[in-house]
Design a protein around this ligand. Structure first.
Ligand code: E4P
Length: 220
């Protein structure tokens, strides 16, 4: 399973990259705004900085909601760096833009996916990634992990090459549920990714090992 980090915060991206297990980054307009990055040039510069940190897979989202605007923005974003994956919302114009950009050799991430039907359309249009938002589904009283299972099964049935990227992850159990469901990729906030490291018995056990080692060291 591939691990992406869901943030536009460069410090977090660098720290996750340093761990050696990061495969990519997802951003969205809200995450960019959270970091105070506004204005076209600043946004472009920020994507370039992210691309300098990670090896591949930097999802950069278009703002336009019409086909012409989406492809103009998509072409511009893709030209910034080979690592860029153009992120488009799963709406009618987005599916058209996915097909167009994919045929131009540009990788597309179809975002804001909440149903298996939407995921099926994304795969038909040739999307490189499909992003079902499991946390938001859970928040609305549905079961996000069930949607991941459903999409994985459908893509398997027809051998679609689109990667399932479980998004809107809130915590460690979400990551484990997605791994069990066979998601190709998860994108998680820094805190959830680092949460994978934690267990109190690991800390307790390590403290005991080090204390025992100290005792023996003093004897010799
Ligand atoms: C995915 O690419 C999105 O950026 C993200 O996962 C949205 O998650 P949220 O529901 O926490 O905003």
């Amino acid at each position: 399973m591939k691990f992406f980090i869901d943030t536009a915060n460069l410090t977090e991206i660098k720290e996750a990259q340093d761990l050696g297990v990061l495969d990519g980054v997802t951003t969205n307009p809200s995450l960019m705004a959270k970091e105070g990055i506004t204005g076209e040039q600043n946004i472009i510069d920020h994507y370039k900085k992210i691309c300098q940190v990670v090896d591949d897979n930097v999802s950069a989202e278009v703002i336009s909601v019409d086909f012409k605007g989406m492809i103009e923005e998509g072409l511009k974003l893709a030209a910034l760096d080979k690592k860029i994956v153009v992120k488009v919302p799963l709406i009618k114009e987005g599916i058209k833009a996915t097909k167009y950009l994919t045929e131009k050799g540009i990788r597309v991430n179809c975002t804001l996916v909440f149903t298996a039907g939407q995921a099926l359309l994304a795969a038909k249009a040739g999307a490189y990634l499909v992003s079902p938002f499991i946390g938001r589904l859970d928040d609305a009283g549905h079961n996000g992990a069930d949607l991941i299972k459903q999409i994985v099964q459908i893509y398997r049935n027809y051998n679609y090459k689109t990667w399932v990227l479980a998004a809107s992850i809130r915590h460690v159990p979400h990551i484990i549920q997605c791994a069990e469901a066979g998601s190709d990729v998860i994108t998680a906030p820094f805190k959830a990714l680092m949460g994978l490291l934690q267990h109190p018995l690991t800390d307790k056990g390590l403290a005991q090992f080090l204390a025992d080692h100290e005792k023996v060291k003093q004897k010799f």
